[in-house]
Design a protein around this ligand. Structure first.
Ligand code: GUN
Ligand code: ZN
Length: 433
């Protein structure tokens, strides 16, 4: 049965990268988004569409901004409960809080409970897709895929792989994790809106044999993703190189294992040499910037401009629970603050692109999510640009001075926005928040 909805409001989305094209986005102040059976039909000025769609359901969001849902490219769902734990720097924080919390995910019931809380938190914050870490337990992967499927959310996750330097109950032999990973890929990859990410946690917790096995799995299932962590913290780098001799640098550990591909997401990438950055560019790998996490754990300052100049694909992510907020607006604000410390006043459109269409493109999912291109899945959010008194004062000031541009609207969200700005979240045309 035909099911067409017309959502009336201001419309914003990207069509291209704003760093590559001047006209890379669409903004329609009195617009409409038309959705049929969960798929985008078109966007245009409301006055143009109201005559074409006379017999459809109109949902009036006049005064609000309708934009594609945000995509969080690196987040740990088992760390939902332990957000904001005082853990000093990365390696202490992992051993004191993170590993103990992850042990409990061998219980499917516990994992499902946290997965539902996690997804609720994403949706409240306007995040409609994510690339998430689970734990080593198959139960944790089953739980997250199931919770996402329950609300038809597009999600990428997979079993975390560890076989050394973590508590015994989180370690698995290469043989067992290979078999379990294959079973999970066959069970979940491409079922509904689910995709699988092969996830060796990082060089410290994986033996060379496990890293090579992860690469072999990806060769067997080349449209899965690979995700891991790279060069987040100085002590991590020293330890990784001591554990994996003889490698010229941290990236080389993963390269030699065969893990660096155009479907590989590398969290953090803070302390990289020129050579490492250039090799990421040659491989078309994806560097994932996690700004609130880097500030929280004192990991260092990601240098966005270096990556841009070297043509490395970069995307933005929360990295909860080291990240301090589920809000991609807050995360983008932190990305701006960090970029400023490195001498780069990152343009607002770049930040939003790297949280929507840019991430979808990096994931080769731009024919499905990240924009309102006709035929895409209708994952979108409705945003109140003046949800707090100070945001109202700011927007009044900009309107009075004829400066209520889309850039100033989005920058206000980036610097002052959070969950309070999200009025509604839709997944494939269905209101889920
Ligand atoms: N490196 C390896 N595991 C983790 C993790 O869970 N969080 C962060 N921030 N870095 C990591
Ligand atoms: Zn992480």
């Amino acid at each position: 049965m035909q099911d067409i909805h017309l959502y009336k409001g201001a419309i914003f989305y990207f069509t291209d990268s704003p760093s590559e094209k001047n006209e890379a986005s669409v903004y329609i102040s009195d617009g409409a988004l038309v959705v049929e059976n969960g798929i985008v039909l078109e966007t245009a000025p409301y006055n143009k569409l109201k005559h074409k769609y006379t017999n459809v359901q109109v949902v009036d969001y006049s005064g609000y901004l309708i934009m594609p849902g945000l995509i969080d490219a690196h987040v740990h769902y088992p760390q939902t409960e332990m957000i904001g734990m005082y853990g000093r720097q990365l390696l202490d924080w992992l051993s004191e809080y993170t590993f103990p919390v992850e042990i409990a995910f061998n219980s499917f019931d516990h994992a499902l409970k946290i997965a539902h809380s996690f997804i609720r938190e994403l949706l409240r914050n306007g995040t409609t897709s994510c690339v998430a870490y689970s734990t080593v337990h198959t139960t944790s992967v089953d739980a997250l895929f199931q919770a996402a499927s329950d609300c038809n959310m597009r999600i990428i996750t997979g079993k975390t792989l560890m076989d050394q330097n973590a508590p015994e109950s989180l370690l698995e032999s290469v043989k067992i994790c290979e078999r379990e990973s294959m079973e999970l890929i066959e069970k979940w990859h491409h079922t509904g809106r689910n995709s699988y990410a092969i996830a060796p946690r990082f060089a410290i917790t994986s033996s060379p044999g496990q890293l090579r096995m992860a690469a072999r799995l990806h060769e067997l299932f080349p449209d899965t993703y690979i995700q891991t962590h790279l060069s987040e913290n100085e002590n991590e780098i020293k330890n990784a190189l001591a554990i994996h001799p003889p490698h010229s640098d941290y990236l080389d550990v993963y390269e030699k294992a065969g893990l660096i591909t155009n479907r590989t997401l590398l969290g953090h990438c803070i302390h990289l040499s020129e050579s490492e950055i250039n090799r990421l560019a040659s491989a078309c790998a994806i560097a994932v910037h996690c700004p609130t996490s880097n500030l929280f754990l004192g990991s260092g300052l990601f240098d966005m401009q270096r990556f841009n100049l070297a043509n490395v694909q970069t995307v933005i992510a929360t990295d909860v629970g080291a990240g301090t907020s589920f809000s991609m607006f807050k995360t983008m604000g932190a990305a701006y603050t960090i970029a400023q410390q490195t001498g780069y006043a990152m343009p607002v459109l770049e930040t939003f692109y790297k949280s929507t269409l840019g991430t979808a493109k990096a994931l080769a999912l731009d024919d499905k999510i990240g924009s309102f291109k006709p035929g895409n899945e209708a994952d979108f959010i409705v945003v109140d640009l003046a949800a707090t008194p100070i945001q109202q004062i700011r927007s009044d000031f900009l309107k009075q001075n004829a400066k209520w541009t889309i850039e100033n609207q989005l920058f206000g969200l980036q610097i002052q926005g959070d969950d309070r700005n999200i009025i509604a979240t839709y997944l494939m045309g269905k209101k889920v928040y």
